[in-house]
Write a protein that binds this ligand. Sequence first.
Ligand code: PLP
Length: 235
Amino acid sequence: MPIKENIGYINQIKDEAARRCGRTGEDVLLVAVTKLHDVDEINEAIDCGITDIGENKVQEIMNKYDRVKPVRWHLIGHLQTNKVKYIIDKVSMIHSVESLKLAQEIDKRAAQHNLTMDILIQVNSAEEESKFGITTEETGQMVRDILDSCPNVRIRGLMCIAPFEDNPEDARVYFEQVKALYDEYSRIDHPNLDFKYLSMGMSNDFEVAIEAGSNLIRVGTMIFGARDYSKKQGN
Ligand SMILES: *Cc1c(COP(=O)(O)O)cnc(C)c1O
């Protein structure tokens, strides 16, 4: 799999999509999603300029952490509260916060490590049963609850996984809904709220997501090829 060429190609599409809406590719962070890929492949991507990687399982981060070159780690998948303690000092941002209980556990563990953890709130704007995340209506209350009770958590923005559509254009409306919330809540004045990331877009829909306002895309398949799910393990 030509990882270097794939990253170059993604950067080109990313730049073109960003320019269509008055931004540049540099305004959009590419997070390489490395789940189910080997440490060698990950290190190759890092050698090709990848600065941020995303994993969706705590166990996989633990297994790979010591063997991956210096990089920023993002937890992008569903996180169980009892596993926060394992990754609190390893990841730079948690994209998948969808309950106050989880935010409070992150807060508690962050305080124990004397750090402030950056989080995104996951919004399931399409209200798909199969996906985690809160509804658009619940987002304002969640932001306020977290600000009220989690001094060691900093809310950096929102994250959305759109429904998989054969035509990615059909996902645009879900991205736009989350972008509208992002613009609304980014105006809140609070020391623990500093919106910088709107995490939307994967291999099949990142171009549309960027046009809808995303500034962080999470791309796996288009960099590394198809995942081998027989390698799947634990949470
Ligand atoms: C796997 C995954 C991705 C990457 O998906 P691709 O289609 O391989 O690009 C992005 N975001 C999340 C939350 C994921 O779990």
